[in-house]
Ligand binder design. Structure first.
Ligand code: C2O
Ligand code: CU
Length: 500
């Protein structure tokens, strides 16, 4: 497992669960709380409702004084933030100039199946088309007719017929999602609507997108990943003990290592996304202040809730307000991570540099989300997320079956609600494409605060069972559920369902 010393002095604090999956940087770790938080550029349409985005390699200065080669949407990491409105559909033409195929998924989007970013529905850069043979690089059994290749680029359609919410988009290539997201293929996607406008929430400089992830760096300054073949065109998967998921030793927020944010004594709105491959975080303010949660994965909560800590599994989003009204100029507030050890126990620092901020009084009633309950359910299904033995070794599976694009585990009907139970042997953030759900129970007990509101990802913890009411709306077709630990996902923990 992980050898001690260096940046990980005190690594006896590492839990057994972490041992063997923490990847250590070969660079000296960057200094904390010196680099200002970067805000990703906002995507601008090329024509009304039309966007163009090219995936390409670029060199960025992530660690001050060091160049890092990333794979980025428009060459940036995180990719451009989409800032769009409900009821105003958009089309995004995505081009691929990378030496590996890609598929772009809008996580949380109610999207037609053709635009869902299915793992075998790939864009191959024209210049690299000859280098890629579908199936030759997969460790899953995929029939030849399951692959679809687009030459150079393709268009994705997003109807945006869904409430205001903080979504994100990322790569979803079969077998290689984890290394390709690790290299930088992820961005934020904010949908707004009138219900949200009416609240007059903190905006502009007071609304901070925060894509949180961890990375490790190699001696050249590039992202380090335990892949067998760095070209990503040969063997899939990861080497060594990383089948539990890869974690790095550098905390990035919007691609900034341990950033500092200059704030005044007002209220800020944080649009949090856990974009890590495998790492969970438990956030806490070191000043004892609250997070006032106003939104979940799928938009505004009916009522705000005050939290002292906030646990985020990979894929989950939280929309929270933080208030610095009780502070004096010169105060510093560290955002801690109670699940991290060493440097990873802290993520970011707010420096209160100016007085006279604008406070915000949170209304008791935020929104009127659709309400459903267990009684609305027309069918019940159970899905077991577990490591099982297969001919080519152990695999992460759902109901004992490794992913097969030709297989389907359920056929729910459009415009119905079903009760699904997820069981687990480990931490598995369970994510559904298309369909959103409410958490009903955890181990037969009431849900935890982080389960509040409409969700598309739920933090399934070891040996737990979580019951959810899922609503199937919007589109018929083939969609999927999977574990959002990206290494588990690449190691077969995905399954189709067909909305009929
Ligand atoms: Cu964010 Cu299918 O994933
Ligand atoms: Cu998992």
């Amino acid at each position: 497992a992980v050898a001690g010393g260096g940046a990980l002095a005190g690594c006896n604090l590492i839990t057994p669960e972490q041992a063997g999956r923490l990847l250590r940087s070969d660079l000296p770790l960057p200094e904390r709380f010196t680099t200002p938080l970067r805000i990703p550029p906002v995507a601008t349409p090329v024509a009304p409702g039309r966007y163009l985005m090219a995936q390409r390699e670029a060199e960025l200065e992530i660690v001050p004084g060091t160049r890092t080669r990333v794979w980025g949407y428009d060459g940036v990491f995180p990719g451009p933030t989409f800032d769009v409105r409900r009821g105003e559909p958009i089309a995004v033409e995505v081009r691929n100039e990378l030496p590996a195929p890609t598929s772009t998924h809008l996580h949380g989007g109610v999207t037609p199946a053709e635009s869902d970013g299915y793992p075998t529905d790939l864009i191959v850069a024209t210049a690299h088309a000859d280098a890629f043979t579908p199936g030759a690089h997969s460790h899953m059994a995929v029939a030849a007719d399951q692959w679809r290749l687009h030459d150079g680029g393709r268009e994705y359609e997003y109807p945006l017929d869904q409430p205001a919410a903080g979504l994100w988009y990322h790569d979803h290539r079969m077998d290689f999602t984890a290394p390709q997201v690790w290299r930088g293929l992820a961005g934020m996607f904010l949908i707004r609507d009138e219900e949200e406008d009416r609240l007059g929430l903190p905006s502009g400089e007071r609304e901070l997108p925060m894509m949180i992830c961890d990375r490790a760096f190699d001696a050249d300054g590039d992202f380090k990943y335990p892949a067998v073949d760095d070209s990503l065109l040969a063997e899939p998967g990861v080497t060594g003990d990383f089948h539990q998921g890869v974690e790095g030793d550098v905390a990035l927020v919007n691609g900034t290592p341990w950033p500092v944010v200059s704030v005044d004594t007002g209220t800020y709105r944080l649009r949090l996304v856990n974009a890590s491959n495998a790492r969970r975080y438990r956030l806490e303010r070191d000043d004892g202040g609250d997070f006032v949660q106003i939104g979940s994965d799928q938009g505004l909560l009916a009522r705000p809730q005050r939290l002292k800590t906030l646990t985020m599994s990979p894929g989950e989003r939280f929309d929270v307000l933080v208030d610095f009204g009780g502070h004096r100029v010169g105060d510093r507030v560290v955002l801690r991570n109670l699940l991290g050890t060493g440097e990873m126990a802290e993520l970011l620092r707010f420096d209160v540099d100016r007085g006279g901020g604008t406070g915000y009084t949170v209304p008791d009633r935020l929104a009127d989300p659709v309400e459903i309950s267990a009684e609305d359910s027309v069918a019940e299904r159970e899905f077991a997320f577990a490591l099982t033995n297969h001919s080519h070794g152990q695999m992460w599976t759902i109901n004992g079956r490794p992913f097969d694009p030709a297989d389907s585990l359920a056929s729910p009907e459009l415009n119905t609600v079903e009760r699904w139970t997820f069981t687990s042997d480990f931490h598995h953030p369970v994510h559904l494409h298309l369909a959103h759900f409410r958490v009903l129970t955890r181990n037969g007990k009431p849900p935890v605060p982080e389960d509040a509101g409409w969700k598309d990802t739920v933090d399934l913890r070891p040996y737990e069972f979580v019951e959810v009411a899922v609503r199937f709306t919007g589109h018929r077709g083939r969609y999927m559920m999977h574990c959002h630990n990206l290494e588990h996902e690449d190691m077969a923990m995905m399954a189709n369902f067909d909305v009929v």
